[in-house]
Design a protein around this ligand. Sequence first.
Ligand SMILES: [Zn+2]
Length: 240
Amino acid sequence: MTELLYQTDSYLNEFDAAVTAVDAETRTVVLDQTAFYPGGGGQPNDTGQLTLPGIADYPVMKVKKQGSDVLHFLGGEDSLPQVGMQLHGQIDWDKRYLLMRTHTAMHVLCGTVFRDYGALVTGGNMEPGKGRMDFEFERLQGELVGEIEAAVNKEAQADYDVRVKILPREEAFQIPDLIRTKINLLPEGITEVRTVEIVGLDLQADGGTHVKNTSEVGQIKIVNYKSKGAINKRIYIELA
Ligand SMILES: [Zn+2]
């Protein structure tokens, strides 16, 4: 089992950890703890570096959750570390921090669109600095785009704190805001729910990494929108 350091400290970009499992065939290692985000909820996985100081240097090409473990896929030619060895981890911080800003921007967008138009999110995906979000948003038309962009930037610039909590399942299930984000689809076995709240604007069950205040997001541009049918609409954003 890997302790997920990014869940409680998204700004942690270096850490030390012990190897708990190695698979030579896939060239993967499991660590007792990690700051690498394994991907999920539309946010891509982190990349970076794991080092055995003075001995080996492994680029981390990909990171993936498998059950309660996080697999780190190692590149390079150096021979693999052994179970029990201590590695030093370093995340590609520029990319991760841009993803944090992007992810929080996506929540600003869906919080604002729900508040102003009652439209629910059905999905989303992001890359560093840009993302797309799908809504059940029948009324969305070209002339609304400018209005939404202005409202979203007003909210981002309102310096809202972003708070992360890990709640017992029963407690989370009583929060009305979470019900609209389909928290009821969470598998039975999950006993805790991590919530991300943009205080005053948006509250979601979410596993991703976010900035601590919306002021870090910067300028959000709505660069395109697409109709995916009468009800389903897609909005594309980019950070300036
Ligand atoms: Zn999210």
